[in-house]
Ligand binder design. Structure first.
Ligand SMILES: Nc1nc2c(ncn2[C@@H]2O[C@H](COP(=O)(O)OP(=O)(O)OP(=O)(O)O)[C@@H](O)[C@H]2O)c(=O)[nH]1
Length: 897
């Protein structure tokens, strides 16, 4: 602290030094000269003296310091349970006044100024008199200061009051907001409570809701498990990625190489550095689900005994699967028991049961039909037998000997030309048509007459109400007429006989009637109970009488069906078409089949996506006795299979897969049997040779008919094995299979695709194409009986691809084609193929290059082709040009394909 002298102090007070010196002296302070130091006590002593002298004038107030501060803050209210968040801004103004305490040692200049100036130094002995003028000035000054102070105090008080008001208002707003948030929270809680109660009620009362909820829970659990597993896997992978095998191996404090790697590497599913962030996150305790890296599996303490369902045939792999053991374990146990088998080998039920028991589980021998029956009961069990019934049209099957005029008869009735479109003029598979005659609706099943179709005909008879047996007036009762009679008798279907071709000069009705009576069919006019009508498809004679006879018979039968019941019916035929998928022809028996119905047929099920009538027109529903083509099944069922509309899609799917499994097992057992037979054949009866065949056909019905006929071929020297029967074009894997099993492929109305054709060339597999079934049977019969000589065979000369079709009203449609292979020749017959399937056979009407008629077009060249009497060629079709050649007969026929 610097020393204050008298001189300094006088300067400060703006007083003469001498005067101040004398006043000090009067006050009893010992100061000698102007340079003498003045302490705080000295100053106080002087002040006290002066006060005393002037009658006590107040010293000035201590100094005040007022600090003002304004703070703005935000208060968030509400939120939670869906309530909106509110933000209230709060401004707090603070004002503080500091009062400086009296400072004894250094009175401020104001104080000094307030001190009345000392009188001019009097005589040293006399006490100095205060200066009245200075006193007045000091008083005035003091008064002014008082006023000023009071004004400041008032202002401060007002500011304080204002601040308090503001604070009160803010507090009020905050309280209101809080109350509002509380109200909203309560409302949300009440709502949540109500929802919870409703949920619990539904869980108890509504099984559907419960099932859905449980499914959702299970789904969430599964998703969570997957997420955890993925997380754990990622962590493990990250740990493995570190050199030294894991985090523990890294030196403490050193940067971890693995982690660095993870940060810098480019991963598809993690952005750079994300791994680092994730680590941090995991270290931070959070309210989220914690992932403890410990799996919940507990080692079983006792062996688990399972109940294993053992079907009639089961593969080793499947059996192991059902016992939840590895196949090798089962194979080991089997070897110990002296059974040698591979994983794909089929075990019979007894062996399988033994093995299950050997492995400590319980075996339950089940017939596949048991489970199927119970499911079937659940899916289709509630078949209504009683309910409102309404009359339905009769389903009529026309049967008879080949070429006795079945198709021509139907043709006449339908007034269309079906026979003209058929290869070889023979009906190839069940066609179904409903015909609206003036006398009522009749549904005809046009079954083929050839013996090879016996099985299909039998199926036709099963769904048939009335059988019309066709006998040609000029030919009489023939072998297949007798078969037809037997089938309709077996099916219990009443018969009507139509004697066709009565317009022919050599027609002899009496001879036919005589033949019929020998078969136990006595015509009405001969005193029997069978209606016999003479008809001509050429003149139309007797057709009306035939329809009358059918409708009279239908009336007698009182054919009815349930009106309001889930639809049921039968598959008439089914195939898989490119672009359309499985296509099935269904004859509805009961109820109404509608688009969108879920149906089950054999091992297939699905929703009816689209329905078409026999003319290809879209229909939305089909009633009893009406045939329709449907799309939407999961596969092509077998002809004759039941079709039912089901309500429970899940159970239907289950039943379908069960049936499929059963079929697979049957096939498995069958394949093994064939192989076994072959082994026996080659070992035991060294002399017997076998002819292996694979059949591929356009529709299921034909495929089955061919197989059936082939299996019946009698032979002493060579055994005919049909290794497989399938529908659809011939593909590469068919060729491979034929190659492996040394088989000949029979293609009926189907062709090999491009890749398969190349494979045929490479392997030399014998592929034979047919479009008439009896030719197959004749060929194979001749081959197995070792008949040599020559035979007429077809040879494909060229294939052209249709690129575009040009419509012309004058000359019909012209197909713009590119010749792909060989050549197309004007004078040779052709076939039109769609999706490797023959859709038309005929001859060329025209063959042109630009505007010129040509006789031959070679591969790689474009041409215009007009097909005679056929206008339905489409872009993408193939036109196959072929010729018939005489070849020498051999067991393995010459390569022609
Ligand atoms: N004159 C005469 N010929 C007939 C009559 N009905 C059929 N035909 C002829 O008999 C032949 C065979 O007729 P289809 O109708 O194809 O015989 P289908 O019984 O259907 O023959 P598949 O389909 O092979 O079983 C054809 O040439 C017909 O023109 C008829 O009433 N009168």
């Amino acid at each position: 602290m610097s020393t204050v002298t008298v001189q300094d102090f006088a300067k400060e007070l703006n007083r003469p030094v001498d005067e101040l010196l004398s006043q000090f002296m009067e006050a009893g302070v010992a100061v000698k000269s102007a340079e003498s130091p003045v302490s705080g006590d000295d100053k106080m002593a002087l002040l006290a003296y002066l006060k005393q002298k002037t009658g006590g004038v107040a010293v000035s107030e201590p100094r005040r310091i007022t600090l003002k501060r304004k703070e703005t803050s935000e208060l968030r209210l509400g939120g939670g349970r869906g309530a909106p968040t509110k933000t209230v801004s709060i401004e707090v103004r603070k004002k503080r006044t500091f009062v400086k305490p009296e400072e004894p040692e250094a009175p401020p200049p104001a104080v000094a100024a307030a001190v009345p100036p000392a009188a001019p130094e009097p005589a040293p002995v006399e006490a100095p008199q205060p200066d009245p003028e200075a006193l007045r000035a000091a008083e005035a000054k003091a008064a002014a200061e008082r006023e000023q102070r009071e004004a400041a105090e008032r202002a401060a008080a007002e500011a304080k009051a204002e601040r308090e008001r503001e604070e009160a208002a803010a507090a009020e707003a905050a309280a209101e907001a809080q109350a509002q948030a509380q109200r909203e929270r309560e409302a949300a809680e009440a709502k949540a409570r109500a929802a919870k109660e409703e949920h619990e009620r539904l869980l108890k009362e509504d099984p559907l809701y419960r099932e859905k909820w449980e499914r959702e829970q299970a789904r969430q659990r599964a998703a969570e498990n997957i997420r955890r597993a993925a997380e754990a896997a990622k962590q493990n992978a990250a740990q493995r990625a570190q050199p030294g095998g894991g985090a523990a191996a890294a030196p403490a404090g050193a940067p971890r190489a693995g982690r660095d790697d993870r940060v810098h590497r480019k991963e598809l599913h993690l952005s750079e550095g994300k791994g680092g962030r994730r680590e941090k996150k995991q270290r931070k305790p959070s309210g989220r689900i914690k992932i403890d890296n410990v799996h919940g599996f507990e080692r079983p303490v006792a062996p688990i005994v399972r109940e294993v369902d053992v079907p009639e045939a089961i593969t080793v792999g499947e059996l192991a699967n059902r016992m939840a053991v590895k196949a090798v374990e089962l194979i080991k146990v089997m070897m110990k028991n002296g059974v040698m088998a591979t994983i794909n080998q089929t075990l019979d039920q007894d062996t399988a049961v033994l093995m299950v028991e050997e492995m400590g589980h319980k075996a339950r021998a089940v017939k596949a039909s048991d489970l199927e029956d119970s499911l079937e009961q659940a899916v289709t069990g509630d078949v209504q037998e009683d309910g409102e019934r309404a009359p339905r049209p009769p389903v009529v099957t026309i049967m008879g000997h080949v070429d006795h005029g079945k198709t021509s008869l139907l043709d006449f009735i339908r007034k269309t030309r079906v026979a003209a479109g058929e290869a070889g003029g023979i009906t190839q598979h069940i066609g179904a048509y409903h015909v609206e005659t003036p006398k009522g609706i009749v549904t005809f099943l046009d079954t083929p007459g050839h013996a090879a179709f016996t099985r299909m005909r039998a199926r036709g008879a099963q769904v048939t109400d009335i059988a019309v047996i066709v006998v040609a007036a000029d030919d009489g009762v023939m072998p297949q007429t007798r078969e037809a009679i037997q089938h309709s008798k077996a099916a219990g279907a009443p018969m009507i006989v139509a004697i066709t071709k009565i317009d022919k000069p050599d027609a002899d009705l009496d001879r036919v009637k005589n033949d019929l009576s020998k078969e136990g069919i006595i015509p009405e006019d001969w005193g029997g109970d069978t209606q016999v009508v003479g008809v001509s498809a050429h003149t139309g004679a007797g057709i009306d009488e035939l329809l009358d006879a059918i409708l009279v018979q239908a009336e007698i039968l009182e054919l009815t069906s349930l009106v309001d019941a889930p639809a049921r019916g039968n598959i008439l035929e089914a195939s898989v078409e490119k672009g359309r998928g499985p296509v099935a022809t269904v004859l509805v028996r009961e109820g109404v089949l509608r688009q969108g119905d879920v149906i089950l047929s054999g091992p297939h099920f699905g929703r009816v996506r689209a329905m078409f009538d026999e003319n290809g027109a879209v229909v939305k529903e089909a009633g009893p006795s009406i045939p329709v083509q449907i799309l939407g099944l999961s596969g092509a069922p077998d002809a004759g299979d039941d079709v039912v509309v089901v309500a429970d899609e899940r159970k239907a799917r289950e039943l379908a897969s069960l049936r499929e499994q059963k079929l697979r097992e049957q096939k498995l057992a069958q394949n093994q049997a064939i192989r076994m037979e072959q082994v026996f054949a080659s070992m035991g009866q060294g002399e017997q040779k076998s002819l292996n065949l694979m059949v591929k056909a356009d529709v299921q019905g034909s495929a089955e008919a061919i197989t059936e006929a082939l299996r019946k071929i009698p032979s002493e020297e060579v055994k005919v094995n049909v290794l497989s029967t399938a529908i659809g074009g011939i593909n590469e894997s068919d060729i491979d299979l034929a190659m492996a099993s040394k088989a000949i492929i029979i293609g009926f109305n189907v062709r090999a695709d491009g890749a398969a054709r190349k494979r045929i060339q490479d392997t030399g597999v014998d592929v034979r194409y047919y479009s008439i079934i009896y030719e197959i049977i004749d060929d194979v019969s001749d081959a197995v009986s070792g008949l040599l000589g020559t035979e007429t065979r077809e040879q494909i000369v060229g294939i052209a691809q249709v690129r575009d079709v040009f419509r012309s009203s004058a000359i019909g449609n012209i197909a713009g084609c590119l010749v792909l292979e060989g050549s197309v020749q004007r004078n040779l017959p052709i076939r039109v193929l769609r999706n490797q399937t023959v859709i038309y056979e005929g001859v060329l009407e025209s063959l042109r290059r630009f505007k010129d008629d040509v006789s031959k077009v070679e591969a790689g060249t474009e041409c215009g082709i007009g097909v005679k009497d056929y206008n339905d060629v489409k872009a993408g079709d193939q036109i196959e040009c072929f010729q018939r050649v005489e070849v020498r007969r051999t067991v393995r026929a010459a390569e022609l394909a």
